[in-house]
Design a protein around this ligand. Sequence first.
Ligand SMILES: Cc1ncc(COP(=O)(O)O)c(C=O)c1O
Length: 416
Amino acid sequence: MPEITFVTPKCRYPGGNDKIFGANTRANQKSDEIGFENVINATVGALLNDDGSLSVMKSVMNHFRSLPDAEISAYAPIAGLPEFRQAVVEACFGDHRPKGHIEAVATPGGSGAIRNTIWNYSDPGDAILTSDWYWGPYDTQAKVNGRRLETYKLFDDSGMFNIGAFRDKTEKLLKAQERLVILLNSPAHNPTGYSLADSEWESVMDTICKLAENPDKRIVLFADIAYIDFAGDDSSRAFMELFGNLPENVLVIVAYSMSKAFTLYGLRSGAMICISSNEYATKEFFNSCQVANRGTWSNGTRGAQKLLADIFTDENLKTEIEWERTYYKTLLKERAKAFQKASKKAGLAICPYKHGFFVTVPCNKPNEVAEELENKNIYAVALQRGLRFAVCSVSKEKCAKAPKIIKAVIDEKSGK
Ligand SMILES: Cc1ncc(COP(=O)(O)O)c(C=O)c1O
């Protein structure tokens, strides 16, 4: 029978399995065949225990399960429960609240915040700016919303944030378009694990403020802090003070996610929080994001919102959760350290890693390298210019073992 297409051309995409889920399935099949201990499955972007089971914070789940049924099953207001909108600002900034007008709107995770920002703050066909190493869904989100992603080089020759490349690209794009949305994922960048130092954030903000001297331009900095609670202590939030007292034509939107911080990936909860020197801009933000919510997923998950509100009004519960999170933070840190140390020993070059769930190994022919690694029972995700190894999902012992094998395969594939 001839094929009939129904999907409108702009929404047609080739099928096939998601690359990450595909590699994960193959790794699990291999584990069943030869034993979990003989397979290194570094594909999963969630924190796993050493035995491969999902790490779930008991303190979070216990409180969630204690919520009254109606608090879980009822709708939440479109913009989120008022007590959630208040708590999430505290959760986001900690002791580093920027000076300015602030508004928050609930979204289904950080992903929802990305969607609303792209949709509300750029025009169809516009470029959305991010770094050359980036989380794949940034591109998907740009595409499905009729925008396109443009990139600048994330690292300079000494492995620091490439402020020159950032400046050149923002300048160029702002010559061509009236508004610019910049997606900047730090700390604990996915996929490299880079975190901008406070001085690098200062340079970013100086660059943006300079470009904002043209009053006709609108610059929206989207700070994606999805992994912040796994990136050091409260001082890792200090850079957010730089989001205060900005020129009125600069708007900062911070994406807060409950997915990693509370190991609640599937509960789909987070918020977009805007900071502006102009009160009207924050009111406009609230109104347009509320309608964007209504026009897409309607509202967020009430139970998750109530949970966050409770945590930030119950000091004991908050402390208990922070304690439990510290255990997982240490686990992650030790795994990343083991991978870094073994990479150094094996002579394997990796992107500058500071914090977070992933380490990136730049290499040529990443698909071939990933395929060959699968023959050696190591599963990682092939990116355009390297491999993403999820230290979050692999034991310290396996993190220490993998780099030597990866190095050998990369050398073999590049004919060394
Ligand atoms: C860089 C980055 N931003 C945002 C998110 C959003 O996650 P969620 O939509 O679950 O909050 C993720 C999740 O993997 C991520 O890696």
